[in-house]
Write a protein that binds this ligand. Structure first.
Ligand code: ATP
Ligand code: MG
Length: 309
């Protein structure tokens, strides 16, 4: 198993009486894309801001590349890159001027700076926009310029806070391809997203809610651990069938999906018997083959369980 490049233990942040991040522990391994999921206000950005040194923690520990992130920050910071949720690009400068500015902050200069800027802009497919003002760029282009500027100093660990929000599916794919290239260069990435298709592409995930870690692991294991099978029933009687299905105790959930009812059942349950019973109750429907749960099911399940608790 690859070494962890980042180890977080018991990380906590309070704002007055409110605890935004509570006793959070997780690891990011070398060469992985680690996804950070959770609803709005879950504490994702607060966690990243503490790890990047923008915000002081109220408690807990973090080690990065074998050093204490909070007491030996100077030795580690140079190896970290950060793309904040609100882009930090200067909109009244051109793309190239932005990169030269940020490269300068990382201590690059002269020919090294010029060649690093060109390499990154080409890699992110924004080289042809180098003389445009950042203000003139589309969201997708702007995010790729921000990624270029966060990686000029070739960091080992990269923190990306919702880098693809507002980016269309095609440009989002382009962005993820760029991330894959960065990983191939030897970077490890912690990324937050609300897009569960993206989350599925991560090597491992942490799901946080109310500042606490609720689920942690590979996307596939997390979905399996949910212990569900999902069956879609196509029917003209969707409302009545939904109500009838909900009356069966083994049905965990029955939701409307267009003109279908989507049943959530325990993974091991023999669904044929339930479907027979619903037929006998007088319903006409076509059942699609059972599907494993998605990350969206996991997300909804965790949020609902937290509400009940
Ligand atoms: N400086 C601050 N002072 C007080 N409360 C704060 C501060 N910064 C963050 N919070 C609170 O901490 C909680 C977590 O916020 P955070 O921005 O980390 O959430 P998030 O998971 O990044 O959400 P989103 O998905 O919307 O970006 C929120 O309730 C927020 O209001
Ligand atoms: Mg956030």
């Amino acid at each position: 198993m690859p070494e962890p490049v980042l180890e977080v233990k018991g990380l906590t942040r309070r704002f007055g009486a409110f605890t935004a991040v509570s006793d959070l522990s997780f690891e990011v391994r070398a060469g992985e894309i680690f996804g950070f999921l959770g609803p709005n206000g879950a504490g994702k950005s607060t966690t990243i801001r503490m790890l990047c040194g923008v915000l002081a923690p109220s408690g807990g520990e973090a080690r990065a590349l074998g050093r204490n992130l909070f007491t030996e920050a100077d030795q580690v910071r140079a190896h970290m890159g950060y793309m904040s949720q609100k882009s930090s690009l200067l909109t009244d400068l051109t793309v190239a001027e932005n990169l030269r500015f940020f490269g300068g902050l990382y201590g690059l200069q002269g020919q090294a700076l010029a060649s690093e800027v060109e390499f990154r802009l080409r890699e992110m497919q924004v080289w042809e926009h180098r003389n445009l003002l950042v203000a003139a760029l589309s969201t997708g282009e702007r995010q790729r310029v921000a990624l270029a500027s966060a990686t000029l100093h070739r960091p080992r660990i990269l923190f990306l806070d919702e880098p693809t929000s507002g980016v269309d599916p095609l440009r989002r794919r382009l962005f993820w391809e760029a991330m894959d290239e960065l990983v191939a260069e030897g970077m490890s990435i912690l990324v937050t997203t609300h897009n569960l298709g993206e989350a599925d592409q991560c090597d491992r995930l942490a799901f946080i809610l109310g500042g606490r870690l609720m689920a942690y692991g590979r996307p596939r294991s997390l979905k399996e651990a949910l212990g569900r099978q999902l069956i879609e029933l196509r029917t003209e009687q969707f409302r009545a069938l939904q109500a009838a299905a909900r009356a069966h105790p083994e049905v965990l959930a029955a939701e409307l999906l267009g003109r279908s009812v989507r049943l959530s059942l325990p993974a091991g349950l023999d669904s044929a018997r339930l479907l027979d019973q619903l037929h006998q109750e007088g319903f006409a429907f076509e059942a699609l083959p059972p599907e494993p749960p998605s990350l969206e099911d996991l997300f909804v399940d965790l949020v609902q369980r937290a509400r009940v608790a």
